[in-house]
Design a protein around this ligand. Structure first.
Ligand SMILES: NC(=O)c1ccc[n+]([C@@H]2O[C@H](COP(=O)([O-])OP(=O)(O)OC[C@H]3O[C@@H](n4cnc5c(N)ncnc54)[C@H](O)[C@@H]3O)[C@@H](O)[C@H]2O)c1
Length: 354
C-alpha cells in the first residue's frame, strides 16, 4: 500500500479536530464520509473542500472496495459492533477513544483484531500532543531521575475566553443515556489521561478512588483516584474539580489540565492541553535551583494531526500504530475500576496489560 483511501464514519463534533490531519497528509485521500444524518457529512465535505462519496450507513462504506481504512468517530456505544464489522470486511480500522463501554466488548473487539488481517488502533491524540511527547523524552533521558509520582489535574469550567469549538448538543444525548455510557469525565475524558500516565510510566495497578456525584451523573466533581504503577515505585493521582464561577482561557473545550511528574532529580510540569489556563510555557523542568522552559508547539489540534499521520504512515510501513487493542482495553478498564473502587470503598484492579 502506498496510499490510504480513508472513509470517515461519524461527522459530528470530534470530526472537526480529527479530520484535518488526514486531509493534509500527502499519502491519504478521504474518499468517503458517512453519517446516519448525511447532511452532516455533506456539510463537512463543503467545509473541508472535498468531494467524497457520501454514505448514510456503515454497510455502504464496508461494501466500497475503494475504501482501505475507516476512522470511526461515532458514539462510543457503537464502537464494538462497528469495529468488528469493519475488520470482518477487511478494512483497516482506527477508532476514537474510549475503545468501548464494557470490558466484555473490549474482549469481543480483541478477538476480532486477532482474527483480522488488517490493522486496528484506537485514536489517542494525547500520545501525540507535543508537550506530552516532550515530557516523555525528558523522562526517558533520565532528566528527573527516578519518577515517584505523576499527578494529573483537570479543571472543568462553564465559561471560557475563546469562542470554543462549535459543539452540536446531540452529542450529549447519547452521553446522557446511562445504559449506553458508563460515566462522565473520568471515563470519557479520563481515558486520555490514563493513557498519558501509562505512556510516561507504564501499567496502572490497583486503584482507590472517591467520586462525587451530584444530581447530574455526568458531573463527577470533585473526584480523585490514586494507584501505584505496576512494578514501579511510582504513584499516579488524577483529580477533577469544577470552577463554574471562574472564566478560563481556552479555545476548544470548557476545561484545561496540568500534569506534574515528580522524580528523584527534578520535576516536570506540562501546563496546558485543551486550554491555556496557566500563563506558563507548555513544558517546564525544575531541577533544584534551575528552571528550564520548553516552548514546544502547544496547539491542542496538533495531537490529532499526529494521530492521523501515525495511522496513515503505519499502514504504509506495515507496522502497528498506537494505541493497540491490549493497551486500549487496559486504559478502558481504569475508569471502570475507579467507579467500582469509589462504589465499594476499596481498591480495585484494572485489567492487566497484554
Ligand atoms: N479525542 C477526543 O478528544 C474526543 C473528544 C470528543 C469525542 N471523542 C470521541 O469521539 C466519538 C464521537 O464523539 P462526538 O462528541 O463527536 O459525538 P457526536 O454525537 O458529535 O458525533 C457522532 C456522529 O456520529 C453519527 N452517527 C451516529 N450513528 C452512526 C452510525 N451508525 N453510522 C455513522 N454515523 C453515525 C452522528 O449522527 C454524529 O454526527 C466518541 O467515541 C467520543 O468519545 C473524542
Amino acid at each position: 500500500m502506498d496510499r490510504v483511501r480513508l472513509a470517515i464514519v461519524g461527522c459530528g463534533n470530534i470530526s472537526q479536530l480529527n479530520a484535518p490531519g488526514y486531509l493534509r497528509h500527502p499519502r491519504c485521500e478521504v474518499v468517503a464520509l458517512c453519517d446516519t444524518e448525511p447532511q452532516r457529512a455533506e456539510r463537512r465535505a463543503r467545509e473541508w473542500g472535498i468531494t467524497p462519496r457520501v454514505y448514510s450507513d456503515l454497510k455502504q462504506v464496508l461494501e466500497d472496495s475503494a475504501v482501505d481504512a475507516v476512522e470511526l468517530l461515532t458514539p462510543t456505544w457503537m464502537h464494538a459492533d462497528q469495529i468488528v464489522a469493519a475488520l470482518a470486511a477487511g478494512k483497516h480500522v482506527s477508532c476514537q477513544k474510549p475503545l468501548a463501554i464494557t470490558l466484555a466488548e473490549a474482549d469481543r473487539i480483541a478477538d476480532a483484531v486477532a482474527r483480522a488481517r488488517t490493522t486496528f488502533r484506537v485514536t489517542e491524540n494525547f500520545l501525540y500532543y507535543p508537550p506530552i511527547v516532550k515530557a516523555k523524552e525528558l523522562l526517558d533521558a533520565g532528566v528527573i531521575g527516578e519518577p515517584s509520582l505523576v499527578r494529573i489535574h483537570t479543571t472543568r469550567a462553564v465559561n471560557i475566553t475563546g469562542g470554543g469549538m462549535e459543539l452540536d448538543p446531540d452529542a450529549m444525548v447519547w452521553r446522557r443515556d446511562r445504559g449506553r455510557n458508563p460515566g462522565g469525565p473520568l471515563y470519557d475524558d479520563g481515558v486520555h489521561k490514563y493513557a498519558t500516565a501509562a505512556l510516561w510510566i507504564g501499567e496502572i495497578g490497583d486503584i482507590s478512588a472517591i467520586v462525587s456525584h451530584g444530581a447530574d451523573f455526568l458531573a463527577e466533581t470533585p473526584a480523585a483516584a490514586m494507584w501505584r504503577f505496576k512494578g514501579r515505585d511510582c504513584l499516579g493521582i488524577i483529580d477533577y474539580t469544577a470552577s463554574p464561577e471562574m472564566t478560563i482561557r481556552a479555545r476548544y473545550y470548557k476545561a484545561d489540565e496540568f500534569f506534574e511528574i515528580h522524580g528523584s532529580r527534578g520535576i516536570i510540569w506540562v501546563t496546558r492541553c485543551t486550554g491555556e489556563m496557566l500563563d506558563m510555557p507548555a513544558v517546564v523542568l525544575l531541577r533544584g535551583t534551575e528552571t528550564v522552559s520548553y516552548q514546544v508547539p502547544a496547539d491542542w489540534r496538533l495531537g490529532f494531526d499526529g494521530a492521523a499521520a501515525d495511522f496513515v504512515d503505519s499502514l504504509i510501513a506495515g507496522r502497528q500504530p498506537a494505541q493497540d487493542v491490549s493497551t486500549a482495553k487496559h486504559i478502558l478498564s481504569v475508569p471502570l475500576a475507579i467507579y467500582e473502587a469509589a462504589r465499594i470503598g476499596r481498591p480495585v484492579a484494572p485489567a492487566p496489560l497484554g
